[in-house]
Design a protein. Sequence first.
Length: 528
Amino acid sequence: MIGVAGTWLTAAWQSDAGRVRDNNEDLPLCEPEGGVFGVIDGVGGQAAGEIAAAIARREIMHRLSRPLGTSAERVREAIALANNEIWRASEECPDYEGMTCVLTLALVVDQRLTIGHVGDSRCYKVTPKGIRKLTHDHSPVGEREDAHALTELEAMRHPRRNEVFRDVGGIHRDKDDDAFVDVVEETIEPDAALLLCTDGLTDMVPSASIEHVVRAHAGDPQAVADALVASANDAGGRDNVTVVYAEGPDFAHAVRRVGMPEKRRVASRLWRPIGWMLARRPTWFAAGAVAGVAMALLLASRLGSSAPVGGRTLVVGAGSTYPRIDAAIAAAHPGDVVQIKPGTYAERVVLPEGVDLVAAVAGTATLVRDQAEPGEWLAVAAAGSGTITGLRIESRPDAPIATGIRVSGSDRRIELCDVEGPMARAGIEFAGAEGATVSGCSIRVSQGPGVAVVGGADIHIRHNTFLRPAGSADPALVFKEADRAGVSRNLFVGYGADFVRGLSAAEREALFSSSHNLMSPSQPVPVR
């Protein structure tokens, strides 16, 4: 539940059903590496709220994986895409009629904070000077509280506190619709913290108490998140409660030095720039880069220039040097990147050691089966190190793919890929691979397992969304003779207790007790 951001923020989350409700319709968004933080509160009951939250999470992460447009545009588009996909699913499936969610989404780029907000979840900024609410509740009670017609405690106790007049998924929306997404742009300094939470916290715990908890546990984001959820439950826990918390490297020091004698404050100010430089990842990255360049020059001088030099980008697609993927791969050397323009490509891909395969825009380069070719179809076979990023692999009933991606060898990473449709063997298969990773992927396989690990060691499956389409009876995960496989921070939607095969009951239990995976309800999810 904890991570260090590429945005220099350290973050953690916690989510709980509360003391009254049996199911948890909240979901966190906590991807520090991409600067993405948020909370989603599903609405609908009978598990439909959990479905709405899961769809929103999937669509938001998919859109934010593409770094196109300004931060405000990315946030607006992500929420609009989530809205329209929830609305479509509720229109197509009577069981999900009326499902919606409310959410607060924060995107951090450098020290700029962009918030997209719909509903009554909240975002707070905490500094040494105090706590400040950055969002406004889209509710009758919230409006009166913001207008100072109600005190905070009166709003918390109001019988209409749970009513909202904006939601995500209730009707079809355009990203620029008025009265839909509130966008707030702020700064987030090294001595500040960011708190996003559902109303399960703010209906139970006043902001002064929230600030006290944050200050008391500053420097330990997981302790902050855990303590806030515990506070809501101790106060009665009437609703699901979810907290996502992120703090800057100077926050803990800054809040603890309040009241420090002036001489110590002056000394602290003198040392802060040095500490800030040493605490920042870029400082160490820069030092490492200088050392790396020196080593590379030394290595190049010893090896000579006879070997092919990698590091090129070979572009595939209409109007490019390479109209087909296989032509670019044939010309690639280890260290090269084969970049695929948006489009649909009916061809097998055999990826050699050290060559990266990357979609120019995540989710827009689609691999399908060439119907003219007979036999079992494998879309991507990858040997050895390198990355596969942003591809979409679509198996169709009239052109089925047996395996979407098969990885062998060592240190291959699969990131931000969409794999969907019937796949008899597996959506993604690790066959005797070692040190391989699949992360940030959306896997919607209607036949066959989502991910199969056959032999090998040190396979890492994390931050993925597994969605079981209606009619599927296959598990999300299958393990066969695998050693040291790690499964963490994944979301499983529409699966029951049979979501994994090849593990003991104790190992299955550990996936949720200690590895921070989330399970949405057992109902199948409608997908495109």
